[in-house]
Design a protein around this ligand. Structure first.
Ligand code: ADP
Ligand code: MG
Length: 828
């Protein structure tokens, strides 16, 4: 078995590459500057592309042709226009340049075809896929993704060589340049498992730099030079202060690093503003710096508390909190975490290289699917098929190797390559064997298996088995967010999310689900069916989630009509590296759509953010009014906070130019999604309570009907519907409850409609309804109805009632739960 061995930390600010070899990790040095990190920065000078530290130097001279912090925009459609080449570069293009440059660090092999690349735990599927694309673009034949906090834990566990007897909880706090992640990890004597994670893709050390510029440097310049609006001006692409924003950011970063060591620092400003040259020395104190970053630091602590409490843990149950990421050098961070949580804060591993180090251990245990020419030759030589199973990393001193072998009358022999163990020649029985092998402590143990014939001629030799004693293993990478499919809701006027894979499930995942077509799609027609896969809370509003792709079929793609009610078989698969594959099989048409999934990228338009906020705002405002009337002030206050939050985002969007070059748009979109999620959570209980109320009303009226002597035959059906009532109500899932209500109503309607006489009360109910779409026609029908009742002609009355229904406005139809066939997705 050949393992991947190479690992890359593709960081927002700094990237690193390492190799795993015989139980040891080697982090490669940047040939320029003799340090391990490569700044994730690219500069373009005509035909030349400059990467890393040299590129950073160009920020001051020619910031327009320098790209950095692009990891924050991975998975978006935003591109960077490079004036010097007159070309657009995507975040994927830029990332691939960083990866190519890292490949140049590796001079001791030409076998660098596959690598583990790390991603923040909070990266969604689109961002993960974008990272992989960058890898392939850089020439890798295989890319495996690993979440950064897992990598950090592996580094810590393997470096500190702890002996962990009982299971422990750790927290990894990763505060880098552009992303913040906190992960809760369970560690036992052999493996690590991420239980939960929280984070923010738009929170990092770069925000500190930005705050220093916005809140400290710019106000000081404005005061001294007697100008206003400098902040807005320097951020705009079309601004005449070209590059000044980046220049000030660089100075701010230097100041920030100084302030991690000294109580104050000084920066020099030399710029031209409105034809005046401004030259100043600006002193920044640690207290000033801490004052502006405090809200961000507190935000990170809220995430720590959240991840602990949502897993029903106490702070005392967290054994240690491991700090990684360059921003954790800021003393305030360590201090505030200690003060606020009382957890042991561990800063023993190098915050910059921890991720690549751990990722290399992982790479050392991950088999590669890329076959070198040599192994292919071995396969061709032998007619014997073998399948071998064993743990690649273990804390035990003995491991089991099991092997399935094709062929009969064979023998085997297992030896350790250092000569310390030999199984002797044994007979293979029942198509295989299992052998316990002893391991050397703290080393990579390599074994050779030989399959021999009766005359002891070797038929096949496998010498790629490597077991690393003393290393921790990763149990699996969890899915950070639910993956759902958008389906039509019961009444089809809205859609809802149906969970397919649950947050925390260990990748890879595969599932076959059966859906029903909720509308008919005729062959060659324009009608369509949409399969939209959304990443987000399954009980949430579809707009609070992130669409990670969809398949759309229209009648033009079909070979036969797709009839409403027929089965649609959908198979979904997510690999460990977050590839999403969908196979759709339409049973009625006997037609299959394979791998037709198209990846969506993330587009963010300011007007779209505004529109979505407006839609939710009206609901929020309506609820506030209602709650205030009911004197439910605690609840209305929470809603009021939400309302303010949403309006703040709206105001901020109006301050943004469409060509804004900062990350503000993405930050605002993220904030918007989070607020809508909160709204969803806040209102869910209320919505569920309303559904339960409605359920009881429907049940009461049905019960009343069933209790009538003539309806006795419906009782078994009724009992069947309410059989799992408790379970449904306790689920707190409004969709399940609503489905139950629908069942009750269907039964109610069929009882009512089974007897023409029942239409009398219906008819009288309709008489007191107002707002018919055609009052003249309605009046006429009313008159006919009255006459029919007089004649006791209930058959005609029935038809009159139906006709009146059709004249009801939509709002009333909704109340009467009339079935509407205006499905959205075509799936139910
Ligand atoms: P990433 O993983 O996002 O690439 P790193 O973990 O390398 O980032 O951290 C980079 C961030 O750490 C940058 O914002 C940098 O300014 C910050 N940083 C590095 N050293 C220090 C320091 N001594 N004090 C404060 N911040 C620092
Ligand atoms: Mg990092």
């Amino acid at each position: 078995m050949k393992t991947i061995n190479f690992a890359i930390d593709l960081g927002t600010t700094n990237s690193l590459i390492a190799n795993y070899n015989n139980g040891a990790v080697k982090i490669y040095n940047n040939p320029l500057g003799l340090k391990q990190t490569l700044p994730s920065c690219v500069a373009f000078r005509g035909n030349r592309t400059i990467i890393g530290d040299k590129a950073l130097d160009y920020l001051e001279k020619d910031a327009e042709n320098v790209c950095m912090l692009f990891k924050r925009k991975m998975g978006t459609q935003e591109t960077y226009f490079i004036p010097s080449t007159n070309k657009e570069m995507s975040p994927i293009d830029l990332s691939s340049l960083i990866l190519k440059e890292l490949k140049n660090f590796v001079t001791d092999t030409d076998q660098l075809q596959t690598a583990v690349i790390t991603i923040p735990a909070s990266f969604d599927t689109i961002q993960s896929n974008a990272t992989k694309k960058a890898g392939y673009l850089a020439g890798f034949k295989e890319v495996v993704l690993l979440q950064e906090p897992i990598a950090a834990c592996l580094a810590f566990a393997n470096q500190s060589n702890l002996d962990i007897e009982t299971s422990k909880n750790w927290i990894v706090y990763d505060f880098g340049g552009g992303t913040f992640d906190v992960a809760l990890v369970e560690v036992n004597d052999r493996e690590l498992k991420v239980i939960d994670n929280e984070g923010d893709n738009f929170l990092g050390g770069a925000d500190f730099d930005n705050l220093i510029v916005e809140k400290i440097i710019v106000p000081k310049i404005e005061a001294n030079a007697n100008i206003t609006n400098l902040w807005k001006d320097i951020k705009s692409k079309s601004s005449r202060y070209k590059g000044l924003y980046f220049e000030l950011l660089k100075k701010a970063e230097e100041a920030k690093k100084e302030l991690s060591v000294y109580p104050e620092t000084e920066i020099e400003i030399d710029i031209d503003i409105k034809d005046d040259n401004i030259f100043e020395q600006i002193v920044i104190t640690r207290a000033e710096f801490e004052a502006v970053i405090t809200p961000k630091v507190e935000q990170t602590i809220t995430f720590i508390k959240k991840v602990i409490s949502q897993n029903q843990l106490l702070n005392s149950q967290i054994e240690r909190l491991i700090l990684i990421g360059g921003s954790t050098y800021v003393p305030l961070i360590k201090q505030r975490i200690k003060e606020e949580t009382g957890i042991l804060v561990d800063s023993s591993i190098d915050p910059t290289s921890a991720v690549v180090d751990g990722a290399a251990y992982f790479a050392g245990s991950k088999p590669t699917t890329i076959e070198t020419e040599k192994t292919i030759v071995v396969e061709e030589e032998s007619s014997i098929d073998t399948q071998i199973f064993y743990e690649q990393n273990t804390r035990d001193l003995e491991e089991l190797i099991t092997c399935k072998v094709s062929g009969t009358d064979l023998k085997y022999r297992v030896t350790r390559t250092d000569g310390g163990y030999d199984s002797g020649i044994k007979i293979i029985q029942n198509g295989g064997f299992a052998e316990f092998v002893p391991l050397l402590k703290g080393q990579l143990n390599q074994f050779k298996i030989q399959v021999l014939d009766q005359q002891l001629n070797p038929l096949k030799t496998i010498n790629t088995i490597a077991i690393n004693q003393g290393s921790y293993n990763v149990l699996g990478q969890p899915l950070p967010i639910d993956i759902c499919m958008e389906v039509d809701d019961i009444d089809a006027s809205v859609t809802r999310l149906e969970q397919i894979f649950r947050k925390g499930s260990i990748l890879p995942l595969k599932k076959k689900i059966y859906k029903t077509a909720s509308k008919t799609i005729l062959k060659d027609s324009d009608a369509n069916l949409i399969i939209n896969i959304v990443e987000g809370q399954s009980k949430g509003l579809p707009s609070s989630g992130l669409s990670i792709g969809y398949i759309e079929f229209s009648g033009k793609d079909l070979e036969e009509d797709l009839i409403k009610g027929t089965d649609i078989e959908i198979e979904l698969e997510i690999t460990e590296s977050r590839d999403l594959k969908i196979n759709v099989y339409l049973q009625a048409c006997d037609q299959e759509f394979k791998n037709v999934f198209s990846q969506s990228e993330r587009t963010i338009s300011i007007s779209k953010i505004n529109m979505e906020i407006n839609a939710v705002l009206s609901d929020v405002e309506y609820l506030i009014k209602e709650q205030v009337e009911e004197e439910n002030f605690e609840y209305s206050n929470k809603l009021e906070q939400l309302r303010v939050g949403l309006i703040e985002i709206q105001i901020e969007t109006t301050l943004l130019n469409d060509d804004d070059v900062s990350d503000k748009k993405y930050q605002l979109d993220d904030q918007k999604r989070k607020l809508i999620q909160t709204f969803d959570t806040l209102t869910r209980n209320k919505v569920v309570a309303l559904e339960i109320e409605e359920y009881n009303i429907s049940k009461d009226s049905l019960e009343w009907e069933v209790n009538k002597e003539e309806n006795e035959k419906y009782r078994p059906k009724y009992l069947k519907v309410i059989a799992n009532e408790k379970e449904v109500i306790n689920s707190g899932d409004k969709y399940l409850i609503r489905a139950k209500i629908k069942e009750l109503d269907v039964l109610f309607n069929s009882i009512i409609q089974s007897s023409d006489e029942n239409f009398i009360s219906y008819f009288f109910g309709l008489k007191y309804t107002s707002g018919f779409t055609d009052t003249k026609k309605a009046d006429k029908l009313m008159k006919q109805g009255d006459e029919a009742i007089e004649r006791k002609d209930y058959k005609s009355l029935k038809h009159i009632v139906y006709a009146l229904y059709a004249l009801l406005p939509d709002r009333e139809k909704e109340k009467q739960k009339q079935f509407k066939d205006d499905s959205k997705t075509g799936l139910r």
